[in-house]
Design a protein around this ligand. Structure first.
Ligand code: MG
Length: 351
């Protein structure tokens, strides 16, 4: 990736050591050489944030969120001579004249009471279709693999329940996948996708279940708790994963965040791999780092109108249980999941 002159100066160390970085990618000492240390002031305290030139402003805000718990969308970042560039999440840090010697100021408030979904407009943007070539390009780019390695080192998945030997892994998005977060209701149960508990109960026989949302852990726990997903006696959730586990990638469509399953595979290699993992998300771009493992689910919107008719989770239960017999799920094209279930049902009828 071409870098500006200023960035080359800032990240000169990275350029000089790039060959050794790829040779010993898992070593944190070589990784740190390419990083930039920033000081962020907030509420009278100073925080040290380590970032890289190919990180976006969105990534910087996530790092700050980890330290301060101020959600990225609540942060306003001030820095000398950058104008309002820090308000554009897609800007790469290498494009800004950041210096370790200057301090950044953050203005923002912690949300104690999260009553509405904290995700801003990016999530309601329509999903764009990434072409096959583009997808391959993104997942194979060294810069993205490196971001994933950094994330694996930074983000530790906490298990709520033990991984089970011999089970496959189902990773679920929340917003528009399990829950209509844009409608309002007195009781959140009214916004839950129909058959959610029946679905989770049935697939738990063959799959460990993780829930990965592009929101904060606080909201994930709150929402899943309210829906009764964390206390249901018929299934257990293996882990919850939040927005901080995502990585930012660039494509011809612009800069966006995605959910790299490699993060899970690296932390639980004896249980999960690209062969036994499937992820449901209403946004295709979320599985751009592992396109073979993603299934784009029909978004569950307008819960009040669709609550009685939405059958998606019933149909997907059948699909998941049918493919659970396979040793390698990555050979499937999940785009055709509806036909797969019909075909196999037909086959069974003819047996
Ligand atoms: Mg979603």
């Amino acid at each position: 990736m071409p870098e500006t002159e200023g960035a080359a100066e800032l990240f000169g160390k990275k350029m000089a050591s790039s060959s050794s970085v790829s040779a010993s990618a898992s070593s944190s000492s070589s990784l740190s050489e390419e990083e930039l240390t920033l000081t962020v002031k907030w509420c009278g305290k100073e925080y040290t944030v380590r970032v890289c030139g190919d990180d976006s402003v969105a990534e910087l805000k996530r790092r700050i969120c980890e330290l301060t718990t101020v959600l990225p969308k609540r942060q306003k970042l001030l820095y000398p001579k950058v104008g309002n560039k820090l308000s554009d999440d897609s800007v790469l840090l290498s494009q800004l004249p950041l210096k370790s010697s200057l301090k950044m100021t953050m203005i923002g408030t912690v949300e104690d009471e999260i009553i509405v979904d904290p995700v801003d407009s990016p999530e309601i943007m329509d999903d764009f279709e990434l072409g096959q070539d583009e997808t391959i390009d993104i997942k194979d780019k060294e810069v993205n693999k490196q971001k994933l390695r950094r994330r694996i080192n930074q983000y530790k998945i906490e298990l709520r329940n033990p991984c089970r030997k011999g089970k496959k892994l189902l990773v679920l998005d929340i917003d528009y996948t399990l829950f209509d977060h844009r409608s309002t209701a007195e009781n959140p149960l009214e916004l839950m996708r129909p058959y959610l508990h029946e679905f989770l109960t049935a697939v738990y026989a063959e799959y460990d279940i993780m829930i990965w949302s592009a929101t904060s852990m606080k909201w994930v726990e709150l929402k899943m708790g309210q829906l009764g997903v964390l206390s249901n006696p018929d299934y257990k959730i293996t882990a919850l994963i939040d927005h901080l586990a995502r990585i930012t990638v660039q494509s011809d469509f612009g800069v966006f965040d995605c959910k790299p399953l490699g993060l899970i595979w690296a932390q639980f290699p004896e249980f999960y791999s690209s062969k036994n993992t499937i992820m449901f998300d209403d946004l295709q771009r979320n599985f751009v780092m592992n396109p073979q493992n993603g299934l784009t689910i029909k978004p569950f919107r307008k819960a009040h109108a669709n609550r009685d008719s939405d059958q998606e989770l019933v149909k997907l239960t059948q699909y998941l249980l049918t493919i659970a017999e396979l040793d390698d799920l990555s050979i499937l094209d999940h785009k055709n999941w509806k036909f797969f279930s019909e075909d196999s049902a037909k086959r069974r009828r003819h047996e």
